[in-house]
Design a protein around this ligand. Structure first.
Ligand SMILES: Nc1ncnc2c1ncn2[C@@H]1O[C@H](COP(=O)(O)OP(=O)(O)OP(=O)(O)O)[C@@H](O)[C@H]1O
Length: 704
């Protein structure tokens, strides 16, 4: 299935020398597509690993799957025609409210595109964007696409080396970054980026002038008076089956990979998803979202940029410290009509509400508890029979007394669509919000399918299910076991083009028929709802050949020992299982780094156990024998329920720092980056296995 693409150009030079005619024919490979050599989409393969190639679109015969393919530019101009005066982007600068309507947003993207061309952006080269969500982020990204490059989001938490990997991989010509902090990272590696021509800083003043370093205003000024012709020619040459955007995976299963998304991937997925979740067209009423999740992740990008553009909605930017606490203020101000949170965001809201609830009067607590019972029962009944019917009096009362107030306090009083996804959400959190009359509609998918594959919705909703396919997409459960659990495989126009420069990895992800293998295990119920039941991609295969899914064991240990914030099972190619655990500790609100001080909840738990520990360092490595024994006891309980001896955790160690996004152990959606943790704690892990005959350290042996 491998394909080689050469865009060969010819040039015939004819010259005369001493009455002899010399004819020289030159051939060269060019980066720009040859308009005369239009690759027919139908003849192209389904995948490629080359940035300048085309793929066959997975068009369907009818319905959404048969909708005509569009480029990003076509979708954008259609939005401008339909919703030109509507607010597209809104944000606050200090106390001042700012906004751009669709017409001006489009103009700004064109100007940015012309500036890129002036800076020398080449076709199919990257523009890396490294910063918090803002109007500049969107304009930088779409400008790059219009100019024929790739929009490439980079995680703000990336180290200089991780930024270098991305910039090198996509041959970045320009890096657009937020501030001095990000600039310092790039300056450390700029010498090693041969394709880099310019850096643009979009917030804050430049600390020093440097050649090829521009402020946002300087950058936009470059393109302001440039002629339209060259840009229009590039736009006219773009095709829906060509790559325009790269999403780098966060690396939970290995080195990040550049997921190539075509114009059609973005525009079609936005169309199908908008239909599935019944987003309102702005000609009727405008959808409003708050942009705060990292845009380098497909979930945020799909919702905040592409879905909203498709229906003429408006995107309001949160403050950079959104996840450190300011998000709820923005939500209260903006009152979004749809809101997407990764599970950790909902969990944090849940923790906050619980701690406020615990401090309220007995009467209030009783009313809240009664209302939550009513809310849960009413919503579970609704969920089972799709008919809405007349809500009982108790529910109406609970709504008036509690639910409306909670929604208002969260800024979700207008929000009819609350989504969770990109990682597993616990049943506890789903039930908590359902009992408050806030059903969380689960969304499942991956970067490789441009974000969503299945989404639940009000009329098709089951607790812990991630719903049904967006229209035009199909699921196959490969190699199912006796309970119906098989690998979830996807098909549809949302399937990516391939991993940039990585044909082997692309071939691993897509089978010969073009099905995308997700590496997730799932099953369906009799009504067609999909449930995620495991991740094959993180399956532990012990030296004895036993296949062990780590997540259920890790979750069981965390349930048994509420003091733990994280647990990671070790045992791939090893003779037995061991575990790394971390203790719940405070997070520095400024840096987001985990601190040594325990959370109040953890201090309380320690106290109950008979320990006076207040910091992680008093506990880590088994220093506090009481706490250590309690963890051992929890692990023993889990071991007792293990299906085989090979599934028992034989050793564990308490780490001296919690996992975090900043630390690199967690990805942006809080999924564990197992390869990173394995590397980081190699010594502790090797220590588990250095003496296989007798447990090296009695203290660490927990076999029951
Ligand atoms: N609703 C969900 N429930 C459970 N797991 C989910 C859900 N949505 C997504 N996931 C998990 O997230 C994976 C997709 O991850 P994503 O494409 O967002 O990449 P990523 O977070 O950048 O990390 P990676 O490096 O693993 O690719 C899915 O394959 C699945 O394992």
């Amino acid at each position: 299935m491998k394909r080689c693409t050469f865009n060969l150009k010819t040039c015939i030079l004819i010259f005369l020398q001493q009455r002899t005619i010399y004819i020289i024919v030159l051939f060269w490979n060019t980066q720009s597509p040859d308009p005369s050599a239009k690759t027919e989409a139908a003849k192209s393969p389904l995948w490629t690993s080359q940035g300048d190639a085309e793929v066959k679109l997975r068009m369907g015969e009818s319905g959404v799957a048969a909708e005509p393919p569009l480029t990003v530019h076509q979708m954008f101009t259609s939005a401008v025609e339909r919703y030109g005066d509507n607010t597209a982007l809104a944000w606050k600068e200090g106390d001042q409210a700012k906004s751009l309507n669709y017409r001006d947003y489009y103009k700004a993207c064109r100007t940015a595109a012309k500036s890129y061309l002036k800076l020398g952006l080449q076709r199919y080269h990257g523009v890396c964007i490294l910063g918090f969500n803002s109007a500049e982020w969107f304009i930088a990204d779409i400008g790059a696409i219009l100019a024929g490059g790739f929009g490439v989001g980079v995680y703000t938490t990336n180290s200089p080396e991780a930024c270098q990997f991305v910039a090198e991989n996509c041959k970045a010509n320009v890096i657009v970054l937020e501030n001095e902090k990000q600039l310092q990272k790039i300056l450390q590696i700029e010498d090693q980026l041969p394709h880099l021509k310019a850096i643009v800083q979009y917030k804050g003043a430049l600390r020093e002038k440097r050649p090829n370093l521009y402020t946002w205003d300087e950058f936009m000024e470059l393109g302001r008076d440039e002629p339209d012709g060259p840009l229009d020619a590039i736009i006219a040459s773009q095709k829906p089956n060509q790559c325009c955007s790269l999403i780098y995976t966060s690396g939970t299963t290995g080195q990040p990979k550049g997921v190539m998304l075509s114009h059609d991937n973005l525009t079609w997925t936005a169309l199908s998803t908008a239909k599935h979740v019944c987003l309102t067209d702005a000609t009727v009423a405008q959808e409003v979202v708050v942009s705060y999740l990292p845009l380098s992740h497909i979930a945020a990008q799909m919702v905040d940029m592409w879905l909203i553009m498709r229906v003429g909605g408006s995107t309001h930017f949160a403050q950079p410290d959104a996840l450190k606490g300011s998000l709820v203020n923005t939500l209260k101000e903006v009152r979004p009509t749809a809101f997407m949170g990764v599970p950790r965001v909902w969990e944090k809201m849940q923790e906050k509400m619980k701690s406020i609830g615990a401090k309220s009067s007995t009467l209030r607590r009783k009313v809240a508890s009664w209302a939550k019972d009513v809310g849960l029962q009413t919503n579970l009944t609704r969920m089972r029979n799709t008919a809405t019917g007349q809500a009982p009096f108790q529910y109406q009362l609970a709504k008036k007394l509690v639910f409306k107030k909670v929604r208002k306090a969260l800024g979700l009083d207008r929000c009819t669509k609350c989504y969770t996804g990109a990682a597993p959400t616990t049943k506890d959190t789903l039930e908590f919000f359902l009992s408050l009359d806030i059903p969380l509609f689960e969304l499942y998918g991956m970067s490789e399918c441009t974000g969503p594959h299945t989404i639940s919705r009000p009329d098709a909703f089951r607790l812990t299910s991630c719903g049904k396919e967006i229209p035009g997409c199909t699921t196959k459960l490969d190699n199912p076991d006796e309970e119906g659990n098989g690998e979830i495989c996807f098909w549809g126009r949302h399937i990516f083009m391939g991993y940039l420069n990585a044909p082997d990895k692309t071939e691993d992800a897509l089978d010969a028929e073009g099905w995308l293998h997700s590496g997730d295990l799932g099953k369906r119920d009799e009504h067609g709802f999909l449930y995620i039941t495991g991740r094959i991609k993180e399956l532990i295969i012990t030296a004895g050949g036993e296949n062990i899914p780590p997540v259920p064991i890790e979750d069981a240990v965390k349930d048994a020992v509420p003091l733990l914030s994280n647990a990671m099972l070790i045992g791939d190619k090893r003779k037995f299982l061991s575990m790394l655990v971390t203790i719940k500790s405070q997070i520095n609100p400024e840096t987001g780094n985990p601190e040594d001080e325990l959370t109040p909840e953890a201090v309380e738990i320690c106290k109950k156990l008979g320990s006076s520990a207040k910091t992680v360092s008093e506990i880590a490595g088994g220093r506090d024998r009481t706490v250590h024994a309690a963890i051992q006891e929890g692990i023993n309980q889990v071991n007792k329920k293990a299906t085989s001896n090979a599934q028992c955790i034989q050793k564990f160690v308490i780490l001296n720092r919690d996992f975090s996004i900043n630390g690199g152990e967690l990805g942006p959606t809080m999924k564990l980056k197992r390869p990173v943790v394995l590397k980081m704690y190699k010594d502790q892990i090797d220590n588990f296995y250095k003496d296989l005959e007798t447990p090296a350290d009695n203290q660490l042996s927990v076999r029951s």
